[in-house]
Ligand binder design. Structure first.
Ligand code: RFL
Ligand code: PHB
Length: 389
């Protein structure tokens, strides 16, 4: 088989890139290791920046997002010092949209079905060949048969555990990583959200987040030790711990119910550079990971997709390599800013096991500064709603 761009990974990065390239008249094949049902059962991001929403509109897949997404003009930062509302609208003139990643992915699959572009699911042993030459190809196995796809370029959209990043020789790759000494235990429940905006809560017992998907679907998280297993947490234990970490008046209003999903995610900051090796381009979680505190993962994937699809269109339309040559530097510049913000939010709001009294005082001072300073709130808001791309 031959295609122009072979996309590895049928998550949001691969699907959005595929849709935009399709509209640009460029052929793609997507290879995905899991089934569609599995991809659509992963509960992940919930907060979309304006940049991602614009890209979804440009890709012609925002009809439901525009109808069902919830505009959020602010969020609450709670701590023992009180609650501070960060007014995104007043501070930046912008907002974010609450719309689940699962729905984004569902809309993108539906669009790909409509245009009849291929997604090959349950591919095994996907291997990239010749990415440093002029005739790259990808091999894989499906249903016991070997296959080969020849292409012009390969987009590695296969997430943190994919094969694309590992294909870049270690002598070329530079990796930067920070692993946090805790995870997030998340629960999805068919209950009304405790508040109409997100609440990020710092407490001496650890961090908690109140988020949502719609008027009767809530998403809550509590920071937990990495050694905890989901089976250790009954619903009752989760609700009790969440209540303890929230301001008392919020805890009183919390409506609980059975969890319909419960999972633990470790927290990590990670960047690999460069994001291009020959004809292979890394995109999204394949190249970088942020702790979810700043809600930036899916949104940084979107800026990668934006730069890459523009660069590839420029290559095919004008025979101009500038866009793809600049891809890595442009993408990385924005990513480090999102990394900084996510790291800062994580430090501000979590309890660290090794924290000294001095560290705690610094954190309290940071929270007090945020509460009392419009400049500090402006900085948080500007980053949260998303830096331009
Ligand atoms: P994905 O979603 O991991 O998709 C990669 C796809 O590649 C497939 N794959 C392979 N396919 C073929 N061959 C192989 N060898 C393959 N290896 C892997 C996988 O099966 C998968 O389908 O990466 P992508 O597309 O780059 O998307 C990134 C986002 O999923 C991620 O950044 C966000 O979910 C992060 N994130 C959040 N981001 C936000 O912007 N806002 C948020 O509010 C937010 N909340 C979150 C989050 C992530 C979380 N977890 C679980 C890590 C909350 C949580 C709890
Ligand atoms: C979510 O709703 O899953 C969510 C929201 C905000 C975050 C992280 C996750 O910062």
């Amino acid at each position: 088989m031959r295609t122009q761009i072979c996309i590895i990974g049928g998550g949001p990065s691969g699907l959005l890139l595929g849709q935009l390239l399709h509209l640009g008249g460029i052929d793609t094949v997507i290879l995905e290791r899991r089934t569609r049902t599995h991809v659509l059962s992963r509960i992940r991001a919930g907060v979309l920046e304006h940049g991602l929403v614009s890209l979804m509109r440009e890709a012609g897949v925002a009809e439901r997002l525009d109808r069902e997404g919830f505009v959020h003009d602010g969020a609450i930062i709670a701590s023992p010092q009180g609650q501070t509302r960060i007014d995104f609208d007043r501070l930046t003139g912008k907002s974010v949209i609450v719309y689940g990643q699962t729905e984004v992915t569902r809309d993108l699959y539906a669009a790909r079905d409509r245009v009849g572009a291929p997604v090959i699911h349950e591919t095994e042993d996907v291997t990239i060949h010749g990415a440093d030459g002029d005739a790259p190809f990808v091999t894989y196995r499906k249903d016991g048969q070997d296959h080969r796809i020849d292409c012009d370029f390969i987009a590695g959209c296969d997430g943190f555990h994919g094969v694309s990043r590992q294909t870049i020789p270690a002598s070329v790759r530079r990796e930067y990583e920070k692993v946090y000494p805790f995870g997030w235990l998340g629960v999805l429940s068919e209950t009304p959200p405790v508040h109409d905006e997100l609440i990020y809560a710092a407490s001496p017992r650890g961090f908690a987040l109140c988020s949502m998907r719609n008027a009767n679907l809530s998403r809550y998280y509590v920071q937990c030790p990495l050694t905890d297993r989901v089976e250790d947490w009954s619903d009752q234990a989760f609700w009790t711990e969440l209540r303890r970490r929230l301001p008392p008046e919020v805890a009183e209003r919390l409506i609980t119910g059975p969890s319909i999903e419960k999972s633990i995610a470790p927290l990590r900051s990670f960047v690999t550079e460069p994001m291009r090796w020959g004809r292979l381009f890394l995109c999204g979680d394949a190249a970088h990971i942020v702790p979810p505190t700043g809600a930036k993962g899916l949104n940084t994937a979107a800026s990668d997709v934006h730069y890459l699809y523009r660069g590839l269109c420029q290559w095919y339309e004008d025979h101009d390599a500038k866009g793809i040559d600049d891809y890595s530097a442009k993408a990385v510049l924005r990513i480090w800013k999102a990394e900084r913000f996510s790291w800062w939010m994580t430090n501000l709001l979590h309890h660290f096991p090794e924290q000294s009294d001095f560290d705690i005082k610094m954190r309290d001072a940071d929270l007090a500064y945020l509460r009392d300073s419009d400049a500090a709130q402006h900085s948080l808001a500007e980053n949260y709603v998303g830096l331009p791309f």
